[in-house]
Design a protein around this ligand. Structure first.
Ligand SMILES: [Zn+2]
Length: 455
C-alpha cells in the first residue's frame, strides 16, 4: 500500500482523518454471516473481507505517509482509474472540460465531483476543498469488488462494490459530496474523527452531500427524500439507502445487513469504542437537526440551513474538539433571522446549544474507564488496575490529565524487549494500546503507578 498518499495528522487529532463511507461495523457484519461453513465460498464475504483488509492497510500507510498535496491546476477535477489495483491515483481518464467517457463510473465521479464543487463555489464562495482551487483527484475502480469510498487526505477513492449487495460507490451523487466534504472539514474546523466531534465530522459530510444531491435534483428541503447512499444497494437488498437523515435508524433492515443502527436523539447516544466512538451511528443526531432546520427554514437546503451550517463549520466558534452543544450554539449564532428555527431543531434532537462547549476528542462519549494490565516479565505474573473517570476517586484528576496529554496513537509499537514488562492500557476512544516498559514515557510511568499501586 505504499502507493497511497497521505499527510501528517492534524496536531490535535488523535486519529487519522481516514474517512470511509461504509461504516466498518457494517462490513464486519457482512463478513460474518453466521454460517461459517459457507463463508469462504461466499463471494460477498470474500469481497467484504478484502475491503476490511485494505482499510487496515490504508490506515497503516496513512500513519507513515509523507505530506503530499496536489497543486492547483487548470482543471477543477480529474478522474483516474485504479484499474482494479490499489495503487493511486492510477491512469488518468477524464478531466474537467473533457467529453463523456465510455466508462459510467468515470462519468458518475465527474458529475458528482462537479456537483459538490459547484455547491461549495456557487453557494458558499469556496474555491475547491482548500479554498485555493486545488484540483480534486478522484480514482474509480479501486481494488476488486471493493465495498467502500473514502478521502485519504489527498484524493477521493471509489470501489466498484461487490456486485451482490453493494453497487458502484460512484452511483449516488451524495457519496461524492460526502467524501469531498471530509476534505473541506479537514481544511476548516478540523473536527477530530472521534466521539462527538467525529460524529459531527461525519454529519458535515452527509449535510453537504445531501445539499449537493438536492441542488442537482432541483429539490427543496420539503421535496427531498433525505436519503444518503440511495441506489448504493443492489436489487434484493432490503434497504432504501445507507442512512436516512430525516428518520435515522430506518434506512435498512435486511437479513444480511442487519438493521440500520443510527440514532436520531441525543438521549440515545451510543457509547462505544467501535468505529471511532460510533461516528457513523451518532451522526444521525446532528443529521436530523440539520434536516429539521432545513425543512423549517424552507426552500433550498443548500441556501437555507446549508449556509448556516457552512458558516458554523468555517467560523471561529468551531474547532477540532467541538461537541454537539458547541456546534449547535455556533449554528444558532450564525442563523440570523432563523435562530429560533435552528435552536428548535437542536432542541428536538435533545441537544441544548451551549456556547464555547467543547469535548476532549470525544472522551466524554466513551466508557469512562481507564485500565492498565501489566503482563510478561520473567515470572509471567499479571497485575491489573482500573479507574472510573466519572467516580470521586482522588486520582481522577491526575489520571485524566495524563491520559489527555498522551498521544496514544503514536505509542502502539510492537513490544520487543525480552522479559520486559508489557503494559496494556485500555482507554476511552483509543481502545487498547500496549507499550513495553522500556518505551514508557514519564507520563505513562506515572499513570501506571496511579492505576496499579492501589492495593
Ligand atoms: Zn464519512
Amino acid at each position: 500500500m505504499s502507493g497511497v498518499p497521505g499527510k501528517p495528522e492534524h496536531m490535535t487529532n488523535p486519529h487519522p482523518p481516514y474517512c470511509q463511507f461504509v461504516p466498518p461495523w457494517l462490513l464486519e457484519r457482512l463478513a460474518q454471516p453466521g454460517d461459517r461453513t459457507t463463508m469462504t465460498a461466499d463471494p460477498v464475504v470474500q469481497a467484504v473481507e478484502e475491503t476490511l483488509r485494505t482499510d487496515i492497510e490504508i490506515r497503516a500507510a496513512r500513519a507513515k505517509a509523507p505530506l503530499t498535496t496536489h497543486k492547483a491546476t487548470k482543471a477543477a477535477w480529474a478522474v483516474y482509474t485504479a484499474g482494479s489495483k490499489q495503487t493511486l491515483p492510477g491512469k488518468l481518464l477524464r478531466t474537467a472540460g473533457d467529453p463523456e467517457n465510455a466508462d459510467p463510473a468515470v462519468n458518475e465521479a465527474a458529475t458528482g465531483g462537479q456537483a459538490a464543487l459547484d455547491l461549495f463555489s456557487q453557494v458558499y464562495g469556496r474555491n475547491s476543498f482548500d479554498d485555493a482551487g486545488a484540483e480534486v483527484i478522484m480514482s474509480v475502480h479501486y481494488g476488486v469488488r471493493y465495498d467502500n469510498a473514502f478521502w485519504n487526505g489527498t484524493q477521493l477513492v471509489f470501489g466498484d462494490g461487490d456486485g451482490q449487495i453493494f453497487d458502484r460507490f460512484t452511483k449516488p451523487v451524495d457519496v461524492l459530496g460526502h467524501e469531498l466534504s471530509h476534505a473541506v472539514t479537514e481544511r476548516t474546523a478540523g473536527l477530530v474523527y472521534s466521539g462527538e466531534p467525529g460524529a459531527l465530522n461525519e454529519s458535515m459530510s452527509d449535510v453537504f452531500g445531501i445539499c449537493a444531491k438536492q441542488r442537482l435534483l432541483g429539490q427543496t428541503a420539503q421535496q427531498a427524500d433525505w436519503l444518503i447512499g440511495e441506489g448504493i444497494f443492489l436489487p434484493g437488498v432490503q434497504a432504501r439507502a445507507l442512512r436516512d437523515m430525516a428518520h435515522p435508524g430506518t434506512a435498512y433492515d435486511d437479513p444480511k445487513l442487519g438493521k440500520d443502527p443510527q440514532v436520531g436523539s441525543y438521549k440515545d447516544f451510543i457509547h462505544t469504542t467501535n468505529d471511532n466512538g460510533g461516528v457513523h451511528i451518532n451522526s444521525g443526531i446532528p443529521n436530523r437537526a440539520f434536516q429539521l432546520a432545513a425543512t423549517s427554514i424552507g426552500g433550498s437546503s443548500a441556501e437555507g440551513a446549508g449556509r448556516i451550517w457552512y458558516a458554523a463549520l468555517t467560523g471561529t466558534d468551531v474547532g477540532p474538539n467541538t461537541d454537539f452543544a458547541g456546534f449547535a450554539a455556533a449554528t444558532v449564532a450564525a442563523a440570523g433571522p432563523h435562530a429560533d428555527a435552528v435552536r428548535q431543531a437542536w432542541t428536538t434532537v435533545g441537544v441544548t446549544p451551549a456556547a464555547g462547549s467543547t469535548s476532549s476528542g470525544g472522551t466524554s462519549a466513551a466508557p469512562a474507564t481507564v485500565s492498565v494490565r501489566r503482563t510478561g516479565g520473567f515470572a509471567g505474573l499479571t497485575r491489573t488496575g482500573e479507574l472510573d473517570l466519572e467516580g470521586d476517586d482522588p486520582r481522577v484528576d491526575d489520571v485524566r490529565r495524563l491520559v489527555q496529554r498522551t498521544d496514544f496513537a503514536s505509542l502502539n509499537a510492537q513490544p520487543t524487549a525480552p522479559d520486559a514488562f508489557s503494559y496494556t492500557f485500555s482507554l476511552p476512544e483509543h481502545g487498547e494500546v500496549t507499550v513495553a516498559e522500556p518505551d514508557l514515557t514519564h507520563d505513562l510511568r506515572r499513570l501506571v503507578e496511579l492505576l496499579l499501586d492501589t492495593e
